[in-house]
Write a protein that binds this ligand. Structure first.
Ligand SMILES: Cc1cc2nc3c(=O)[nH]c(=O)nc-3n(C[C@H](O)[C@H](O)[C@H](O)COP(=O)(O)OP(=O)(O)OC[C@H]3O[C@@H](n4cnc5c(N)ncnc54)[C@H](O)[C@@H]3O)c2cc1C
Length: 447
């Protein structure tokens, strides 16, 4: 028995030592020195587009530097689940250094880009200037309040990880305050949540919030009449989810209403003072919460002279994704204005990913002195979930609603998450929520 155990230990030890040696050797291989004569490619933004460029340049004789104001990549399509207490922030984000760790010619610097000097070929950051031979701008978009100052001051956007956590804290605080509130009018305003914007973000957030209230918080706040809590989704145009077929728009409205969401189309927010949301047609909704999912615009690097900014601050690009008169500058993703079939591409992750892949390919070709390729967007469809067992999905002519669309949404989003760890954690959380009607992260994490 003892001899056999010793044998097993010895074999196990040899195996572990072998694996450790192999890993160390691999690590040594990765530390390839960057040659000073290599061209420098600076990629601004470690989002969907920027990361594709960086990964696509692995092994190229170029010194690639990724610059981002955050040290992590965020999977924005699941932000609303962080906001509604379903997922932890770190389950939908990953450090950029970890993502790029295995690529010897790609480095990362955490800095915010403030300015670009196209003539000097230099970007200015809050951490000093950085020179480039080639520049890729992939800094995405930011919340757009359409100049409504009161909304910009008091509403909460749903674009960044910290905003998602802020929304979660705020929602739960509203319930805590309501449970101690004697005045029924104030209590009702605390328990009224207005969501502006009937695009996928607003629809997904409103559906998930209605379920958080109806299925989970109802058991936490037994002293409150949680059934009185209201989620109101307001959309300025005539319907929600404008990018899908009318039949799917109607199905989405039906599903939202079944979950208790008050859907109001043709209703634009005019003003919000923190206690009342005023709509353009004259009505008011007493509410302490306005979540703004009504618009995004390109990030502020568009203010650079020489970059042709068009509607929404997006930068017009050539078919090769380069900027006119600046073949060393590429713009991709939400920041790029690229027209196909007479219309600009939507601000969606697949467009950024596909543009990132082509940019890496074109940079390789440009460095090698070869002709560049033109970008063609391949639309793989649109989907939005409205909560448990409900979603709409349009892929070419295929239109799905209800449970099949929901399962497809789950699978697609799970596989798009960036690491295996995050996929496993999200899958565990989703299964737990589905089986036990629970949301794991009902924490108020601010003082
Ligand atoms: C809540 C939400 C839900 C969404 N849901 C979906 C969905 O279901 N499906 C879908 O296809 N799309 C969805 N989108 C849109 C999708 O996330 C974007 O289209 C996509 O992220 C664009 O990729 P990008 O690379 O252009 O920019 P991003 O992925 O936004 O990356 C930009 C990066 O640039 C960095 N950055 C910005 N400014 C600076 C600066 N000045 N200096 C340094 N770094 C900077 C940012 O920190 C960020 O890391 C959603 C977006 C949001 C906000």
């Amino acid at each position: 028995m003892l001899v056999r155990d010793l044998g097993v230990f010895a074999l196990g030890g040899a195996f572990v030592s072998g694996v450790t040696w192999l890993l160390r050797e691999r690590q040594r291989d990765r530390k390839v020195p960057i040659l000073s004569g290599w061209p420098r490619v600076v990629v601004v933004g470690a989002g969907f587009g920027g990361l594709r460029v960086a990964r696509g340049l692995a092994g190229v004789e170029a010194d690639v530097l990724v610059v981002d104001r955050h040290n992590y990549h965020c999977f924005q399509p699941l932000l609303y689940q962080v906001a509604t207490a379903g997922l932890e922030p770190e389950e939908i984000a990953q450090p950029v250094r970890q993502i790029l760790r295995g690529i010897p010619n790609v480095r990362f610097r955490m800095a915010s880009v403030e300015n670009i000097d196209l003539e000097k070929r230099q970007i200015t950051t809050d951490d000093g200037p950085i020179s480039y031979d080639y520049l890729v701008l992939a800094s995405g978009s930011t919340t757009h309040f359409f100049g409504i100052e009161s909304v910009a001051q008091k509403a909460i956007g749903l674009k960044y990880l910290n905003q998602a956590v802020e929304i979660r804290n705020h929602l739960l605080e509203c319930f805590e305050k309501a449970s101690a509130e004697k005045d029924s009018g104030v209590r009702s305003a605390l328990l009224t949540f207005v969501v502006a914007g009937g695009g996928p973000t607003g629809v997904e957030f409103a559906g998930a919030l209605a379920e958080l209230i109806r299925l989970v918080l109802v058991h936490d706040y037994t002293g409150l009449d949680v059934k009185d809590a209201r989620v109101v989704l307001v959309e300025a145009s005539r319907s929600i989810l404008s990018m899908v077929a009318p039949s799917l728009q109607k199905a989405a409205i039906r599903a939202l209403r079944q979950k208790g969401v008050d859907v109001r189309t043709g209703a634009a927010v005019k003003d919000f003072d923190g206690e009342t949301v005023r709509l353009a047609e004259g009505t008011s909704i007493p509410a302490h919460t306005l979540v703004w999912a009504a618009g995004v615009r390109a990030t502020t690097v568009d203010a650079t002279p020489g970059l042709p900014a068009v509607r929404g601050g997006r930068i017009k690009v050539e078919p090769t994704l380069q900027v006119t008169d600046h073949p060393e500058v590429y713009v991709i993703g939400d920041l790029a204005h690229f027209e196909q079939d007479g219309a600009p591409l939507p601000m969606v992750a697949p467009a950024a990913i596909q543009q990132g892949e082509l940019t890496a390919k074109n940079l390789r070709r440009q460095i090698a002195g070869l002709p560049l390729e033109r970008f063609i967007f391949h639309d793989k469809g649109t989907m939005a979930t409205i909560g448990r067992n409900a979603a709409v999905c349009q892929i070419g002519r295929l239109k799905l609603t209800g449970f099949p669309a929901w399962v497809m949404w789950l699978v697609v989003h799970l596989f798009q998450l960036i690491s295996l760890r995050n996929r496993l954690l999200v899958m565990i959380n989703w299964t737990w929520d589905y089986v036990f009607f629970d949301r794991a992260v009902r924490l108020i994490t601010r003082d």
